[in-house]
Ligand binder design. Structure first.
Ligand code: LLP
Length: 437
């Protein structure tokens, strides 16, 4: 993956850093991010859109991995940013990310979150429902502001992916339905609200999608909607936002297309949808998360105990688990891994990698081929850059790992490992529970 290779000592190296050295310096479990690969992915999007000649924004979906360092990197790569909470917004603003390039998502934004985003002067709200239309308009009016919005619509496209992360189908908690007239009604309503400026529409059909047809279908449906709205309501959309969802390769057999091919399919479909319609070509926005950071992340663990059940299975346990990577337990996601300190050795046995949480389901990888692993060996699990750190928890009161960025042989700590004091940092002991002498 990316800039990773096996060095002369048989150690895995990422971004020019020997991971056994990283383990010594920062401890394990450790999230390692290959900065050059993140930049390369960002650049693939930007370059592909530039080729189309269309105006565009590539908004990194920060839910995939939100830290101040990542926001700063996205800024340097000329990406915009999609946030879905006050926490993600705060992270971006603290990192100095330009507010005008921030887009705010969410199906139940609180008035406090809306006010915070209005005060920051963010570029665009993606409005999910009619309650939000009214609340946003009222809060903007209070502040004497007019805000740019996109309306989130469910285009009725079923993406080929896991049910839990498929969002474009009609039965979804997100957005206005395109097929039953709700979307058109919402546009009408938004046009009548004095402090909202409707830029266009947004849809997101799901995540970890390999085929282009779902994206093309969504573009066709939104384009047809844009043309109908111009005819019926006299409003010309300036923006069509297609969301994210572009798949990555986790294991052999996953077959995502190169980024450029998704982009070309989308931009070609957009251009051909509007050419016949005498309609000024809108800007195209996308919101990739996983495909920017997913394959650039590796989680480094130390192997501890093992247990062999003769004729059944051998478990090896690592010093992390579902608290730093809940995806196998949540979605039966599969990962590849190697023994990072003996990466040049041949595989000898099949093991199941267990975490240390108190749950039988805490298995990171089932049936992994490895050299015979001993206590103290390092296990590197690949493609953990997206939805790992961001979905990590303190279950069992384990501390969340540190995150390092590596590049050209240098490493920088971008998130410190949590301390035990962090664990109790928000706890309070009421006086009546204090031990009395
Ligand atoms: N835009 C919107 C409105 C979204 O809801 C999402 C993801 C994205 C963009 C970014 O999608 P991406 O390019 O990363 O596929 N926790 C799950 C994934 C949930 C995705 C939620 N929305 C997982 O670990 O697979």
């Amino acid at each position: 993956h990316g800039t990773s290779k096996v060095n002369a000592q048989g150690h895995l190296e990422i971004g020019g850093c020997d991971v056994t050295e990283l383990a010594k310096e920062y401890g394990t479990p450790l999230y390692i991010v290959d900065e050059a690969l993140v930049r390369q992915r960002a650049n693939e999007y930007v370059t592909a859109f530039q080729k189309s000649g269309l105006k565009f924004q590539v908004a990194y979906a920060s839910k995939a991995f939100s830290t101040m360092a990542m926001c700063a990197l996205a800024e340097q790569e000329n990406l915009s940013l999609d946030v879905v909470s006050d926490g993600e917004l705060h992270t971006a603003l603290k990192a100095g990310f330009p507010a005008a390039r921030i887009h705010f998502h969410g199906n139940n934004k609180s008035p406090d979150e809306i006010n915070m985003a209005l005060d920051a002067g963010i570029g665009c709200f993606v409005v999910d429902n009619s309650t939000e239309l009214k609340v946003l308009n009222a809060l903007a009016k209070d502040k004497g502001l007019t805000v740019k919005i996109l309306l989130r619509i469910t285009p009725g496209v079923e993406a080929h992916t896991h049910d839990y992360i498929s969002t474009g189908q009609q039965d979804s908690k997100f957005g206005f339905d395109l097929t039953n007239g709700a979307a058109k009604q919402a546009i009408k309503e938004a046009m009548e609200l004095s402090n909202l400026d409707v830029l266009g529409v947004h849809s997101h059909i799901g995540s970890q999608i390999f085929e282009v047809d779902g994206f093309q279908m969504a573009v066709e449906k939104m384009s047809a909607f844009a043309i109908a709205i111009r005819q019926d309501l006299g409003l010309t959309f300036q923006v069509i936002n297609l969301g994210g969802g572009f798949g990555i390769r986790y294991v052999d057999g996953d077959s995502p297309l190169p980024v450029g091919q998704y982009v070309a399919a989308i931009t070609d479909t957009l251009i051909s949808s509007f050419t016949a319609a005498d309609f000024p070509l809108p800007e195209i926005w996308v919101e990739p998360g996983r495909s920017i950071v997913g394959d650039a992340g590796t989680t480094l663990y130390t192997v501890g105990t093992s247990k062999e059940i003769p004729g059944v299975r051998k478990y090896i346990a690592v010093d992390g688990g579902m608290m730093d990577n809940p995806r196998p337990a949540l979605y039966q996601s599969v990962y590849e891994a190697v023994l990072a300190n003996r990466a040049n050795e041949a595989n000898e046995e099949t093991v199941t990698v267990a975490g240390k949480a108190c749950e039988s389901g805490d298995k990171l990888i089932i049936d992994l081929e490895l050299p015979k692993a001993n206590s103290g060996d390092l296990l590197a699990v690949f493609c953990t850059g997206a939805y790992n750190y961001s979905m990590a928890s303190n279950y069992n009161r384990f501390r969340r790992p540190a995150v390092v960025f590596v590049k050209d042989g240098e490493s920088d700590l971008v998130v410190q490992r949590e301390s035990l004091d962090n664990i109790v940092g928000n706890d309070l002991l009421p006086a009546r529970l204090l031990k009395t002498a």
